[in-house]
Design a protein around this ligand. Sequence first.
Ligand SMILES: *[C@@H]1O[C@H](CO)[C@@H](O)[C@H](O)[C@H]1NC(C)=O
Ligand SMILES: *[C@@H]1O[C@H](CO)[C@@H](O)[C@H](O)[C@H]1NC(C)=O
Length: 296
Amino acid sequence: MVSASNAFMSLYIPIFLILPVIFSISTAVHTIPLNGTCLDTCGTIPVKFPFGTGFGCGHPDFARYVRCNSGTLEFSTGTGIYTISSIDYPSNTLIVRDPLMSTCSSMQDSGSFSLDRASPFTLTGDNIFVLLGCSTTSPVFDPKEDLCDTGSGSRVCRGLYSCKGVSGIGLPQNAPISTCCVYESPIQLAGYTLDLPKLQCSSYTSVYSFGGNEGDPMKWNFGISLQYNGSYYSNICKDCESSGGLCGFAGFDQSFACICRNGKNTTTSCFAQGLAWSGTWGSKVQTKFSLAGGMP
Ligand SMILES: *[C@@H]1O[C@H](CO)[C@@H](O)[C@H](O)[C@H]1NC(C)=O
Ligand SMILES: *[C@@H]1O[C@H](CO)[C@@H](O)[C@H](O)[C@H]1NC(C)=O
């Protein structure tokens, strides 16, 4: 009965009546925001390959570390979820903020920080990790180990202990720096662990630049500077981006997918997707929709 009336309609409805309906339906399909569609920003941070805003976006090796959660770009490791405050794509670096990390204005007990050995991220050489409020029996002060930089590191410790924020870890301003250690991390090549309970320290901070004013710790830039592996960007991803799409992945094998603005994904670029959309498959579906919609 449905097919009989379909046949009736397709014979008798003049084409100029159907066309506007097809047009309005296909426009509507293109503007419906689909779940799982990748975005090119998260809050104010531009999100480009190899990063993605959610599962299926960006490169699969990065998807378990970085995602967008209600406008905050998050970085996850075994020790917690941190906030990405900026990404510099040309140098393949990013700055991560640990909400429990101390700064000059606010010091508090911190959690540990670790970076998985298998992750595509490494620490850059810019970071100066400082352990604060350590027990004087802490293993970092073992003279045989030589883990603390006692040269220029003492200036960094004195600077931090001059901050009003030290009261947050129970110390008076300008306390002796014997409980502070500028930590010379043993091996930075792969993986990194700052285990505060094991090191017997109550807090840590990372200074990635002195902001041009080494004498004023209020002006220092606090955060963890990371380098990511930038060799994931491929020609197929470049083609996808130049067709207006975002690179992602799909399927059990997490193979490359180009996510187009209409929420559809293809294995090549959105130019190919556009052809498929206006081809026979697309118009059949649209005609069926428009006939159903036009029935009395
Ligand atoms: C890509 O397409 C597949 C199959 O239709 C779908 O399961 C997946 O969610 C899509 N990915 C995105 C990011 O839209
Ligand atoms: C970077 O990623 C590429 C592609 O996955 C890989 O072949 C290479 O070994 C990685 N480099 C490093 C230093 O991890």
